[in-house]
Design a protein around this ligand. Sequence first.
Ligand code: NAP
Ligand code: GDP
Length: 331
Amino acid sequence: MKSCVISGISGQTGSYLCELLLSKGYKVYGIKRRSSSINTERIDHLFDHPNLELVYGDLADYSSLSSIIGDVKPDLFFNCGAMSHVKVSFGIPEYTMDVTGTGVIRVLEAIRKNSPSTRFLTASSSEMYGASPPPQNEDTKFHPCSPYAVAKVAGYYATINYREAYNMFAVNSVAFNHESPRRGETFVTRKVTIGATRIKLGLQNELYLGNLKSKRDWSHAADTAEAMYKIITADSADDYVISSGEMHSIEEFVEKVFSKLDLDYKKYVKFDPRLLRPTEVDALCGDSSKLRNALGWKPKYTFDMLIDEMIESDMKLATNEKLIKDNEKKI
Ligand code: NAP
Ligand code: GDP
């Protein structure tokens, strides 16, 4: 049976990759790190799957990575683990470099020493382009604007270096923003769909946001996971941009979500300067024609389908919350 290891399996994209690889008949080993509370909710629905096994490990801990890779000798390794929040990276830059940057080198070294035929993909990021204006593709110059982006650039080049130095199948997916109902609650899209649905049901009155003028290229994380699988199973090792090719401002996203709920966002959205970043990435819009032409990738989700799915899911959560609150009042 073919096997794969996913770091960051408890995260948004790792959870979609897990579903995808299980559906393709792989034995999936997921690396989770020790936490004082249970944080596997994105993969809890797969818990009883006979081909899923969770193992403890940490990108900051070479010995755990080396043991896992040495024991499993997987066909594929997806490196989705990271300290993935741009704003947070300004507060913990050294830790971010350790986990998000050096973590890539730890996995590459563990593969080189224990299982050199394992194919490796790391989840690089459009944040690496930073201040380089759109459209961005595989040839665009990097100009990282955060400790997170600097760490991703380090991981990107480490991956190419291992490919060139040791002839390993080591590749980068350079994904633009991807979202879903499983997106972390402190990223802007999810913050907005949670906030707007709660406002709709009277559970909150205001939503505090930062810069609404920046622009992003948003895909669905399930489409991104499909693309990652195509990239790691391609005939030859290469790096690819994954993107929708559509760019929208944060304000457009907010306006769309609120208007789908028949709300005027201007009445509820407030500005909090604490949410601004020391350096902002103004505009990201990916040109993924290399991936589309060479590997035949095409996203299934449109921008509207993505938003509708996120609203529907968060509306269910808000409805349950309201039911509990209403019942509490009756007791
Ligand atoms: P996410 O939801 O934040 O998930 C990050 C995952 O990394 C979580 O499973 C987390 O575990 C794990 N992790 C954090 N620190 C770790 C450590 N020290 N050792 C092992 N695992 C650790 O991120 P995502 O949206 O799924 O993104 C997946 C990957 O793609 C990340 O590398 C991210 O930087 C990159 N990326 C994301 C986007 C995007 O728009 N989503 C765009 C480009 C690139 P816990 O659950 O324990 O926290
Ligand atoms: P990023 O592209 O990886 O930084 O993804 P985010 O979802 O964290 O941020 C996307 C954009 O939304 C950035 O330009 C942020 O400055 C902007 N933004 C505005 N308000 C907020 C907010 O309240 N939270 C977050 N996370 N981003 C915000």
